[in-house]
Design a protein around this ligand. Structure first.
Ligand code: 13P
Ligand code: SF4
Length: 330
């Protein structure tokens, strides 16, 4: 082995602390495919992952589809290429399987902005309410929830709750507001937001619309109300992908994390997709948590079988019921 090809991968995960070495002459895609077979593993990436990770998917989808896929997999090991709450969901649905996540620090601002003890206090301030939690939350929050939902089934789930039942919706206020509008149900909202979807610039989007008059504006419901009110279509990542694929229109301004554009182009190579710009002059329309996962870390987590998602058994047991309710009601 030529040692000049060996580099150190800095790793801040407590589970894999220190420095891990990787041989740069390796064809990582090939190695990952070999490891996948050896381990009887399934690779489940979300649409915001780097394109080379998306291309290694056994199945790619939005949060709901990934949870459904995780619930029915026969693989021994689930390699989740997404953020922590998504891998936790896969673990809760498969407590006896090993669930790997390339970088344990791949969190989510929505999950981090809604700590379970504070949400518990909020619940106590609203007696008689059930708690419907967006899947972008910690396992502890799931465990104290009545039902979980995702961006693709939130309206459907809320609409099935008896009219007299009061509801708290957490943690995303933008999705919550959108669901109130679509379902006509009043809900008490936890005031959380996604750091990616709340940064899109209305002014820059409007300018783009003016410069590209044929382009449709499509948006994820985590976007602010001002963006959603101007959108031609609102949907989850898979909803947006389906819409652009079925639409006769050829140009779209995409107000969600730009990782999804890889799949949009694969399915529609002749169409044009313009990422919606953030307020600042930076790449903050990219999810910094999702982008912590890299091809190198994906390879390392499969080679070393860590970092692994480990959850308290009692929390997993409690979090399973609201997740199962979601799957039943979807
Ligand atoms: P989807 O469920 O639409 O894939 O969204 C997940 C997410 O984290 C959006 O920011
Ligand atoms: Fe969380 Fe937003 Fe990243 Fe989605 S895009 S994982 S909601 S921080």
């Amino acid at each position: 082995m030529n040692t000049s090809n060996i580099i150190d991968i800095q790793d801040l995960n407590p589970d894999t602390a220190g420095i891990r070495k990787i041989d740069l002459s390796l064809d990582l895609e090939l190695e990952i495919r070999k490891l996948k077979k050896e381990m009887n593993a399934v690779i489940l990436p979300q649409y915001y992952q780097e394109s080379e990770i998306q291309d290694l998917a056994d199945f790619i989808g939005d949060s709901l589809q990934l949870a459904q896929q995780a619930a029915k997999t026969n693989a021994d090991i689930i390699v989740f290429a997404g953020v922590h709450f998504m891998a936790e969901t896969a673990k809760i649905l498969n407590p006896d399987k090993k669930v790997l996540l390339p970088d344990l620090n791949a969190g989510c601002s929505l999950a981090e902005g809604c700590p379970a003890p504070l949400l518990q206090k909020f619940k106590q301030q609203h007696p008689g309410h059930i708690l419907i939690s967006y899947i972008n939350c910690s396992a502890d929050v799931k465990a104290m929830s009545d039902i979980i939902c995702t961006s693709s089934n939130a309206v459907k789930i809320v609409s099935q709750i008896p009219a007299e039942q009061k509801i708290i919706f957490a943690p995303d206020r933008n999705l919550g507001r959108y669901v109130i509008k679509k379902s006509g149900r009043d809900m008490v909202l936890w005031q959380g937001a996604c750091i990616v979807h709340e940064t899109f610039s209305d002014k820059k989007i409007m300018r783009l619309k003016f410069e590209n008059p044929d382009a449709l504006l499509i948006a994820h419901p985590e976007c602010e109300e001002s963006v959603l009110s101007n959108a031609d279509f609102i949907g989850s990542t898979s909803g947006l992908l389906k819409f652009v694929t079925e639409s006769p229109v050829n140009e779209f301004i995409v107000a969600t994390e730009p990782g999804i554009i890889h799949q949009m182009l694969l399915k529609n190579p002749h169409k044009n997709f313009i990422p919606a710009p953030p307020e600042a002059n930076c790449n903050c329309n990219e999810c910094p948590y999702m982008k912590l996962n890299t091809l190198e870390k994906l390879y390392l987590c499969m080679r070393d079988r860590k970092p692994e998602i480990i959850l308290n058994e009692e929390i997993m047991r409690k979090a399973l019921r609201p997740l199962e309710r979601m799957l039943e009601m979807s």
